[in-house]
Every structure is written in structure tokens, then in C-alpha cells.
Design a protein around this ligand. Structure first.
Ligand code: NDP
Length: 273
């Protein structure tokens, strides 16, 4: 059997069309400020993709490219200025650990990456807030593909603060109503969990974390991983997973475009406030 491919590019474009209509109703062009620190090449390519999406929907993306040795004081001064000049602000990760505290300097209502502890707290309480883009994109991807999450068992492999943990919390919220299991590098016999799942989300950043012996013909797989290999970008699933499961997201072209679309969506929501 070949799995149904869940097309993130198509669904992201659908979301962009809806955003253009919302932006058309604003009295101003939304401004998204993107802060890049250093010259990480993956960060540069992610920012390029964000700039292209911003251009398509009508958001002005302002790119602030800072040297790797910027001081925390100077960085915080820039964030203070952008808190009053922009509708949304993101800091492209990774950044040096000594600067990480700057993430909480962004006003929660401008935190369009949804990483601020205040926004994460609201998410956990099931209250409206700016949601982290990748988890929100995964929920949209499943719902818009008509996969009902109500009562489904979703196994999330990976427990990071930007993907695994917020996703598991979102899935648990009333209105989504999934039952969630979170696995990580210390989980014993991950396949015992994944084989009993309706949906498996794999977000580890390691090749072949999920193989065909860990899934069934009925599993829906969301592959969040981005691994750079000699053959190009690949996800966290072994290639033969797609020959067995019911549906799967491709890498590239699955979760990545949805993450960008949700960043645009958060920027529009922040602009509407
Ligand atoms: P982190 O490195 O922060 O977290 C990885 C998680 O995976 C950790 O919780 C780790 O467990 C767990 N893990 C590692 N190896 C295994 C294993 N063999 N079995 C089970 N769990 C394991 O990564 P991120 O969450 O930030 O990102 C994960 C992947 O998703 C990366 O490839 C990243 O590039 C990609 N990504 C893609 C996005 C997109 O838009 N497409 C957006 C964000 C991320 P432990 O905590 O025990 O160490």
C-alpha cells in the first residue's frame, strides 16, 4: 500500500488566501520583525521562506541581521524598540545560550512564535493565545485533511519546548480532545506506543526514528524532522514507512510550509488586536 500524502504546501496556500482577505480589512500593512543573530545557513534559508510567504500575503517582513557577538543589552534595546514599532517579532533560533533570556523580552502580544512563557501558560490552560507555529500547523494540517482528532490516540515522539510539549498540550485541550502519549530518548520500547496510535508525530531530528516495524496500515504519520543529507532534506521517518501507513506528510512539503503559514497567521492575529 502507498500512503496518502498530506500536502502541506497546498494547505498552507489555502491558509494564505484566507489571510490575504483578513489583511485587506486592516487599515495598515502588518509588520513582522525577524531578528537573526549570526550566520547560520539553515536560519538564513528559513528566513528566506518566511520573507517569500510574507510577500505573498501582504506582510512587511523586516530582517534585522545582527552579529553573533551582539551583547544582551544591545539585543534587548532592539527588542524594546520593535515592541513598539512592529506587529509581530520573532528571533530565529538557534541563538547563543547567553542570549536566550531575550525571548521573554518580546511583549507576549507580539510573540508570534508563541514561545513566551505567558503564551505557553495560556496554551496549557486552553485559553486563546498566540500558539507556537509548528504545533498549531500540525493541528491545522490534520483538521483540514479531515482527520478528526476527537478521542484519537496521538503519540508524539520528542518533548522539546517548541514542538513536542506544546503539541501534546494543544491536542489535549477541550475542542480537540485527543488522548496523548509523549515519548522521548529515555522511553522504553517506543514501538509499543506508536503501534497502538491512530496518529504518530515524530519530532526528534534523527534519521529513521520511526521505521515500518513501529507503525501499522492504519497509522497517520506527521514527520516534523528536518535532516540535511547528501540526498537533500529528509524527515525522521525511514523511507519504507510511507509504503505501509495510511497517510504521511512529506519532507520537504509537509509540516515546514504549515509552520510558516501559522507564523503569518499569528502576525495577522497580532495585527488585528
Ligand atoms: P530538540 O532537539 O529540541 O528535541 C528533540 C526531542 O527528540 C527530544 O525531546 C529528544 O529526547 C527526542 N529524541 C531524540 N532522539 C530520540 C529517539 N531516538 N527516540 C525518541 N525520542 C528521541 O528538537 P526540536 O523539537 O526542536 O526539533 C525536532 C526536529 O524537528 C528537528 O529535526 C527540527 O529541525 C525539526 N523541526 C521542524 C520544524 C518544521 O517547521 N518543519 C519546526 C521545528 C523543528 P530527550 O528530551 O530525551 O533528549
Amino acid at each position: 500500500m502507498t500512503a496518502q500524502i498530506i500536502d502541506g504546501v497546498l494547505i498552507a496556500r489555502e491558509i494564505e488566501s484566507e489571510l490575504k482577505i483578513r489583511i485587506g480589512k486592516l487599515a495598515f500593512k502588518p509588520i513582522l520583525s525577524v531578528i537573526q543573530i549570526g550566520d547560520d545557513s539553515a536560519s538564513s534559508s528559513y528566513i528566506k521562506a518566511k520573507a517569500k510567504a510574507a510577500n505573498r500575503v501582504g506582510i512587511e517582513l523586516q530582517h534585522h541581521h545582527l552579529p553573533i557577538d551582539i551583547s544582551l543589552t544591545d539585543l534587548n534595546s532592539l527588542i524594546d524598540k520593535l515592541n513598539s514599532d512592529s506587529n509581530g517579532i520573532i528571533i530565529q533560533l538557534p541563538i547563543p545560550e547567553t542570549l536566550l533570556s531575550c525571548l521573554t523580552r518580546i511583549s507576549p502580544e507580539k510573540d508570534v512564535d508563541g514561545f513566551h512563557p505567558m503564551n505557553l501558560g495560556l496554551l496549557m490552560r486552553g485559553e486563546p493565545t498566540l500558539l507556537p507555529c509548528t504545533p498549531a500547523g500540525i493541528i491545522e494540517l490534520l483538521q483540514r485533511s479531515n482527520y478528526n482528532l476527537n478521542g484519537k490516540h496521538v503519540v508524539v515522539v520528542g518533548r522539546s519546548n517548541i514542538v513536542g510539549k506544546p503539541l501534546a498540550n494543544l491536542l489535549l485541550n477541550k475542542g480537540i480532545d485527543a488522548t496523548t502519549t509523549i515519548c522521548h530518548s529515555k522511553t522504553k520500547d517506543i514501538s509499543q506506543h506508536t503501534k497502538s496510535a491512530d496518529i504518530v508525530v515524530v519530532a526528534t531530528g534523527y534519521l529513521n526514528t520511526l521505521n515500518e516495524d513501529m507503525v501499522t496500515e492504519n497509522t497517520i504519520v506527521i514527520d516534523v524532522g528536518v535532516n540535511r543529507t547528501d540526498d537533500g532534506l529528509v524527515g525522521d521517518c525511514a523511507p519504507n514507512v510511507a509504503n505501509k501507513v495510511k497517510a504521511i506528510t512529506p519532507v520537504p512539503g509537509g509540516v515546514g510550509p504549515m509552520t510558516v503559514a501559522m507564523l503569518m497567521s499569528n502576525t495577522v492575529s497580532a495585527s488585528e488586536q
